[in-house]
Design a protein around this ligand. Structure first.
Ligand code: A3P
Length: 304
């Protein structure tokens, strides 16, 4: 969700959202034309999409998939910023980045399934979709909105909650509920693989292996070790090619936060009141009715 041309541009402009087919996107980095380009995107057979609602672990998956493609060679993750290695197809610069990019390509998207590339939905290429428990997403989003300058501050946690649960969520990617349900409905499509942030926290090495198998890029034991070690939170937090420290203060206010913030499960507990958590649970039960997705909400649950 970071602009890909930020090295060249400053960020003097608005922080507004606009709607494309009922879904909100930041005006500064997506236009109706760039979103249409995404829908009509000329998917190649060996393209792999990293798809997620913002703050679900997209950056983490960009690092993992880059290393799976390189067979564990750290050169690309240590020398190329992630927005160039795994560019966003819906960004205004997506076309320029992707059309001349040699295969196999890794491509990021925050699009809900309804507007994902049509050819992907017809079975061309592959997509890895990351889920994350929505209370942690909300807290991550709240901090991110103070740190990033290209969309508006989303207010207090209570204000964020009201927005987050609204059917017309004024948030990048629209409603989380619609997003996650839309992709999850396609969990059995052979070219779609769904994995949770919490699974990756619980067993990073095992998760990397499952992702590599899906990508049909089997890895040696030593490559698996290298990738699992490089993709820990503490290691990625230090990597300027992944932690967005290269981005100028015009785009990100480095005085108020860091992109690699907590990287854990259950951080919401230190910010939600009991009342807010209960209100969330009530809406969640209603909006997720009939969906068999289960989330891990607490770090203690991971080790049961
Ligand atoms: P927090 O703000 O909760 O720390 P995205 O890339 O989709 O915007 O997601 C960002 C979230 O993923 C942030 O969550 C960030 O810290 C977390 N993250 C990124 N890399 C990670 C890693 N290697 N391990 C655990 N969490 C990671």
């Amino acid at each position: 969700m970071i602009p890909q041309t930020m090295e060249e541009n400053d960020n003097k402009g608005n922080c507004q959202l606009h709607e494309y087919k009922g879904v909100s996107f930041p005006t500064k980095i997506h236009t109706p034309e760039s979103l249409q380009y995404m829908e009509d995107f000329d998917v190649r057979d060996d393209d792999v999409f990293v798809a997620a609602y913002p703050k679900s672990g997209t950056t983490w998956m960009q690092e993992i998939t880059t290393l799976i493609l390189s067979g564990g060679d750290l050169t690309p993750v240590n020398t190329i910023p992630n927005w160039k290695r795994v560019p966003w197809v819906e960004n205004i610069s997506g076309k320029g980045f992707l059309e001349n990019c040699p295969s196999p390509r890794l491509i990021s998207t925050h699009a809900p399934y309804s507007i994902a590339p049509k050819k992907l939905k017809e079975g061309k290429g592959k997509a890895i979709y990351i889920t994350r428990n929505p209370k942690d997403i909300m807290v991550s989003l709240l901090h991110f909105s103070k740190f990033v300058r290209f969309f508006a501050d989303i207010g207090t946690l209570e204000e964020c909650f009201r927005n987050f649960v609204s059917n017309k969520a004024q948030l990048h990617g629209g409603s989380w509920f619609t997003h996650v349900r839309g992709w999850h409905e396609h969990k059995d499509d052979p070219n779609i693989f769904i994995i949770s942030f919490e699974d990756m926290v619980k067993d990073l090495r095992g998760s990397v292996k499952r992702i590599a198998d899906f990508m049909e890029r089997p890895l040696s034991e030593s490559a698996l070790d290298t990738i699992a070690e490089h993709c820990t939170f503490s290691s990625m937090k230090k990597n300027p090619m992944a932690n967005y420290s290269l981005i100028s203060n015009d785009w990100l206010d480095h005085n108020v936060g860091t992109f690699m913030r907590k990287g854990t499960v259950g951080n919401w507990k230190s910010e939600f009141t009991v009342a807010l958590s209960e209100a969330f649970d009530t809406v969640y039960a209603k909006k997720m009715e009939g969906c068999d997705l289960k989330f891990i909400w607490d770090i203690a649950e991971l080790h049961k």
